[in-house]
Design a protein around this ligand. Structure first.
Ligand SMILES: [Cu+2]
Length: 333
């Protein structure tokens, strides 16, 4: 009884901060406290205006991409993983949908049918003198070998997928540093010389106005190129956060004092949403992630609009300067 009581108490304590900060007014205060974020939003959000005011050299950012309903976000009534947009994501979803789910379903049904059969067929009424059999070598061999074979069949794609998820990024990958803060994300592009900007959740009104999902949409997105390998260096500034974007098969802890790495290549342009996935304090549920994947040319335009240097352009110049190399590097663009 005491155990039950302490469990309930622990539950209440765990949820107390969330309940306490449930008031939207407080939430807004916190958002206001992170005011630099709002200012930092300016380069992306009002890039067009800024371009009007600034000298001609300033490049306008590409227009903010509209999300597609059900892509890069959960769908109502969804029973499997979100649609995937990276190669590891495709293999993971295949493993889940085509292998694990069918095997789990077949085993569960088989066990249920066997149990029902045994309960009916061998009940006392139908089977008054029970059998005294204690060994059956054939059956024992079957129920040992079959599970081993099933596990081996699962292991092959599973271990391959595990290895793929931790494959180091290729040399030409674009590096972005992702920092988790209580309670927002910071993004910095060392390769493109774009200093850190922060990303805060949009208010309900602003999200509705933009046609974006509330609680998933932040003001500044992490803009990335499509078809070019990306390397995220993920860390935490205060407590442990976790950078997770389900439709890109990305989930990596952001640990203070450590640099975790995650590498992937996005298949298709789009807006992909995610959330902090490590309980990190009162506003843990209010530090969403949005990745805007742009075609390489538009990505370079975005980099220029932020005052940065497009990396591919540098690589291309270097390639032409060094040697009349085959179109290997620029071909990716
Ligand atoms: Cu967090």
């Amino acid at each position: 009884m005491n155990k039950v009581k302490s469990l309930i108490l622990a539950g209440m304590l765990a949820f107390a901060p969330a309940l306490a900060m449930g008031s939207p007014a407080l939430a807004q205060d916190n958002a206001a406290a992170a005011a630099p974020a709002e200012n930092a939003a300016a380069p992306v959000e009002s890039a067009a205006n800024a371009a009007d005011a600034a000298p001609a050299a300033k490049v306008a950012a590409p227009p903010r991409m509209k999300p597609t309903e059900g892509i890069g976000m959960p769908r109502p009534g969804e029973i499997t993983l979100q649609q995937q947009f990276t190669s590891t994501g495709h293999s993971a979803r295949w493993l889940h949908d085509m292998m694990l789910l069918p095997i789990i379903t077949i085993i569960s049904i088989l066990v249920l049918v066997l149990m029902l059969y045994v309960m009916v067929r061998f009940r006392r009424g139908a089977n008054p003198t029970p059998s005294k059999t204690s060994h059956n070598t054939v059956i024992e061999v079957i129920w040992t070998v079959v599970p081993v074979v099933i596990l081996l069949v699962i292991a092959v794609p599973s271990i391959g997928l595990l290895a793929d998820q931790y494959k180091p990024a290729p040399k030409d990958a674009i590096t972005v540093k992702v920092t988790g803060y209580q309670w927002y994300w910071g993004y910095e592009y060392p390769d493109n010389e774009i200093p850190e900007f922060v990303s805060n959740m949009l208010t309900k009104e602003k999200a509705a106005e933009n046609g974006e999902p509330y609680l998933l949409a932040p003001d500044n997105r992490l803009v990335l190129p499509v078809g070019r390998p990306v390397k995220l260096i993920i860390t935490g500034a205060d407590v442990i956060h976790s950078f997770a974007v389900p439709s890109l098969w990305v989930k990596m802890d952001a640990v203070p004092g450590r640099l975790n790495e995650k590498s992937f290549t996005i298949d298709k342009p789009g807006v992909y949403y995610g959330q902090c996935s490590e309980l990190c304090g009162a506003r843990h549920g209010f530090m969403p992630i949005a990745i805007e994947a742009l075609p390489p040319a538009q990505f370079d335009q975005w980099v220029l609009s932020q005052g940065g240097k497009p990396k591919a352009a540098e690589a291309a110049t270097a390639a032409t300067a060094e040697a009349p190399a085959p179109a290997a590097a620029p071909a990716k663009i």
